[in-house]
Ligand binder design. Structure first.
Ligand code: SF4
Length: 244
């Protein structure tokens, strides 16, 4: 019941406050899946505001997966110019070619089939599953992580490990009917309200139960990488009183 209240609060907030983004436009299911694939590749290392004009130009020139699979490499790189991390666009084309050949031009719905495609890891497979296929998955991106850490007031190193956060995100529950919107709603909440600095808690649908808000402490603890000691083996040879 508690989960349902959180879910509804966040979805209600999203319905009123979501940004109008080109990959959120109302289009056919097939187009939505293609838009999600392209936008998720672009968003892997780049901010939303930067991605928008690139996404629009990309879709105008390459409106579907089949065209992408055959698109000229030089022209493709030109469309990506300025976004950086060019391995993304190379992988995107390889992914399109596999989808055309192996999956009959349809983006696979199965998480593991998605993950088997070039350039798609755990996070991107989760995001595509949730956003394009309405699966009740919460993809743990930086925005959702931040909301979760503040909402639950996670400060210890053991609490900010990925595995721990993956487990804790169940606090947000799921929306079986609106999984796609719900995943985007949580990301949007982190991006617009629970920002890295100066979160606008007075506009946040979670403020009643948020522990960071209660404690008036919004600091985020960084994960400390433990430097593992490395050992090397060195063979020293001596001949005629000289080291070789
Ligand atoms: S109340 Fe404030 S700190 Fe808590 S989740 Fe909302 S914006 Fe973030």
């Amino acid at each position: 019941m508690k989960d349902l209240i959180i879910t509804n609060k966040i979805l209600n907030w999203y319905d009123i406050n979501k940004r109008s983004l080109p990959w959120r436009n109302k289009v056919s299911q097939e187009k939505k899946q293609y838009f999600t694939l392209v936008s998720e590749f672009m968003l892997q290392q780049t901010q939303v505001a930067t991605v928008i004009p690139y996404f629009n130009r990309f879709i105008k020139n390459i409106p579907n997966i089949e065209k992408l699979s055959k698109y000229n490499d030089r022209k493709l790189t030109k469309l990506w110019e300025g976004l950086g991390y060019y391995s993304r666009v190379r992988n995107l084309k390889k992914t399109a070619q596999i989808i055309v050949k192996k999956f009959n031009k349809k983006i696979p719905r199965d998480f593991y089939e998605l993950k088997s495609l070039p350039g798609i890891g755990d996070y991107t497979a989760s995001a595509i599953s949730a956003i394009a296929f309405n699966k009740p998955i919460i993809p743990l991106d930086g925005n959702i992580e931040r909301v979760l850490k503040r909402y639950l007031y996670l400060k210890k190193q053991s609490q900010i490990k990925k595995e721990f956060l993956q487990d804790q995100k169940k606090i947000f529950g799921t929306s079986t009917k609106r999984s796609s919107d719900y995943a985007q709603a949580l990301m949007e909440l982190g991006a617009l309200i629970c920002k890295p600095t100066n979160p606008t808690c007075n506009k946040c649908p979670l403020s009643n139960n948020c522990k960071a808000f209660k404690n008036k402490n919004f600091d985020l603890v960084k994960f400390k990488k433990i430097n593992k000691e490395t050992y090397y083996k060195l063979n020293v040879y001596k001949k005629n009183n000289q080291y070789l």
